[in-house]
Design a protein around this ligand. Structure first.
Ligand code: HEC
Length: 134
């Protein structure tokens, strides 16, 4: 390993050791960590639910990247074209279509029944998928 790289690495190790040292020496009555406010991470309640449902049930196949790793996005790119691949960026989908696809499944995509996603959740999920995005 060459000079500057090695010293960078040593530097990183030293800071890690210092951090670890600080942790151990902490007074038992140290103040609780501050909750940092992050407005960009705040969603309204409904959007939050739809997004959570999407992340739990759909993103594994429909992440916003055309790659064989995401079979939904990938299949749509192959069969319909790249501009139809990412369902959260499409302008041609509406909530009814999304809900019908989720309930019935399509091709390789499984159907999701009301015990997995109930009607109220489906409404939030579909609204999230078709939400206008820049
Ligand atoms: C196991 C992978 C998988 C999961 C999970 C999955 N999908 Fe799909 N989805 C696909 C595939 C593959 C297609 C393309 C099917 C075809 O056209 O043959 C598709 C198609 C779609 C379409 C149709 C788009 C169109 O052009 O008609 C929508 C909408 C959709 N999925 C929404 C969802 C939603 C919402 C969820 C979560 C509840 C979800 N999918 C979960 C794989 C998946």
């Amino acid at each position: 390993m060459s000079g500057p790289r090695k010293s960078l690495l040593l530097g990183a190790c030293a800071s890690l050791l210092m951090l670890a040292g600080c942790g151990r020496g902490k007074a038992p009555d140290a103040p609780a960590p501050q909750v940092v406010s992050a407005p960009h991470l705040t969603y309204n309640a409904n959007a939050g639910e739809g997004e959570k449902l999407f992340e739990r049930n759909c993103i594994g196949c429909h992440a916003a990247k055309i790659s064989p790793v995401y079979p939904g996005t990938y299949a749509l790119a192959k069969t319909r074209g790249d501009q139809f691949a990412i369902i959260t960026r499409r302008k041609d989908l509406n909530a009814q279509t999304v809900s019908a696809v989720v309930r019935n499944g399509i091709g390789f995509m499984p159907a999701f029944g009301p015990t997995e996603i109930d009607d109220r959740q489906l409404a939030a999920l579909a609204a999230y998928v078709v939400e206008p995005r820049p």
